[in-house]
Design a protein around this ligand. Structure first.
Ligand SMILES: [Zn+2]
Length: 478
């Protein structure tokens, strides 16, 4: 059987089921659920998997919204990774290029409703192909909660749910069709809680021990650290408890939440150790006690060059979706709300030429093994150390749309976002079918992982005591 026949079959299937997939995506957009509490989003995905004859198991690895559906028989096993969580405060009216949202509500500002639905569509299209042709191999869809403010995939990986998988494929909605080769940073998110002693801030100030002072001194210390850390590393913080609102009371408790990132787990561990030492120093200076509670951690992405390069040939063959003038005009409406810098940054991120004139990318971007941007983090990386994993971008948003923005939420139900999602589902299904029938690619990809682990060891960043969904359950006192 030839590639052209796979393509015809997959395109026909996705075309026939188009309305079902777009309705699923729009429904999840409306739920806009977050952080291990995506109950309705998970339920509607599970129902659709069952409709297509998948065997569904749920409540995986201690997460009530983690599930997987499997179809087919025998080997190999290809996994599609899906997400469905939203972001707080980024609600926005669909299709409206003016800010018109309720900032107290969640919004799908990272397109995970499209991501999950597209990956699910790819899984059922692949299963349909295998079933129709009586071919061996299993297809799985993993419903992975809390990518944004948790690490659902890291818990699934630690729970052994990928142990028998031969390759994992996924995608992310963005502004072009192409392979996601950019760096994905290892990270650890940690609460630093200081406890002091309350006192009248004037007549008994000498009896007070200020936890707020400790947080401030820690932040100052870490800001001095920045000059002496690797340039690609990142340290961010938020003051999550300032100790109260009364300046005339010495604050007895205060807390900062730190997110430390680095291109490698080894470098991250060293940097994190220095941040902890600064926190200890702040506690010493202020006579307070310190508690450190790990919230979440995930690895750096192990890019699988064998798989990515091979996938890039499929992407080049299938090309980009066809957008019509109405799509381009609507997308241009959103570009009008963006700055020149947003546009330039977006083009760089998606490897789009600076002089590219259209608002939606209507051709695939060439494969580039090393990428110029610094990148963020995702728990897809935790899967990549166990199973050869590759991710592609799908064009769903106007070029320049910043990630995690209301403009992103607003475009999540557009006809062009739907087109980008279904087109990417087709690419992923074709890739899975090829992979199932080409064992030498799987063998080369696996060998590459083994070699990387032999050289650098496993990242092992998630402490054994950290469990979902109460992410701050574990703690230790210094
Ligand atoms: Zn995302």
């Amino acid at each position: 059987m030839q590639y052209e026949e796979y393509e015809k079959h997959v395109a026909r299937f996705i075309g026939k089921e188009r309305d079902r997939f777009t309705a699923l995506s729009d429904e999840i957009w409306g739920y806009a659920e977050i952080g291990y509490e995506e109950h309705r989003s998970a339920a509607t995905q599970k129902a659709l998997l069952e409709h297509f004859g998948f065997r569904v198991s749920d409540k995986l690895a201690g997460m009530s919204t983690a599930f997987l559906g499997e179809a087919g028989h025998g080997e190999p096993v290809i996994a599609f990774l899906g997400e469905f969580d939203a972001l707080p405060g980024l609600d926005q009216e669909a299709g409206n290029p003016q800010r018109a949202g309720n900032s107290a509500r969640n919004g799908h500002a990272c397109g995970h409703h499209l991501l999950g639905t597209g990956a699910l569509a790819a899984a059922v299209a692949t299963a349909d192909f295998l079933g129709c042709h009586g071919l061996p191999g299993r297809v799985r869809y993993y419903g992975c909660p809390a990518e944004e403010n948790g690490v659902g995939k890291a818990f699934l990986a630690r729970g052994g749910y990928f142990a028998d998988v031969d390759a994992a494929l996924t995608w992310h909605p963005g502004a072009s069709t192409g392979i996601m080769t950019g760096p994905i940073l290892a990270n650890i998110q940690v609460y630093f809680r200081f406890t002091g002693r309350a006192a009248h801030a004037s007549n008994a100030a000498h009896l007070g021990r200020s936890a707020l002072d400790a947080v401030e001194l820690m932040n100052v210390g870490v800001n001095y650290l920045r000059e002496h850390m690797p340039p690609e590393a990142r340290v961010h913080y938020a003051i999550t408890d300032s100790g109260g609102h009364a300046p005339n009371v010495v604050q007895a408790h205060a807390e900062a939440l730190y997110l430390v990132r680095s291109p490698s787990a080894a470098e991250l561990k060293a940097l994190y150790q220095r941040v902890c030492q600064i926190a200890q120093g702040a506690a010493l200076m202020t006579g307070t006690t310190l508690e450190i509670a790990v919230d979440k951690a995930s690895a750096e992405m192990l890019h699988n060059q064998a798989l990515e390069k091979w996938l890039s040939e499929i992407v080049a063959k299938v090309g980009a979706p066809v957008f019509d003038e109405a799509d381009q005009t609507a997308a241009r409406g959103f570009q009008a709300s963006l700055s020149k810098e947003d546009l330039a940054t977006g083009k760089r991120k998606f490897l789009i030429p600076a002089d590219y004139a259209e608002a939606l990318a209507d051709r695939p971007m060439p494969y580039q093994a090393s990428h110029p941007s610094v990148g963020g983090s995702t728990d897809v990386a935790d899967v990549s150390w166990i199973v050869p994993t590759a991710q592609i971008w799908g064009p769903c948003f106007a070029i320049g749309t910043p990630g995690h923005s209301w403009q992103n939420t607003a475009q999540g139900k557009s006809t062009y976002a739907h087109k980008g999602m279904l087109h990417t589902a087709k690419i992923l299904a074709l890739a899975a079918i090829e992979l199932l029938r080409t064992p030498e690619i799987l063998a080369a990809a696996k060998k590459e992982i083994e070699e990387s682990i032999r050289q650098s060891g496993l990242p092992n960043l998630l402490p054994a005591e950290v469990n979902p969904p109460r992410r701050d359950k574990t703690s230790f006192v210094l």
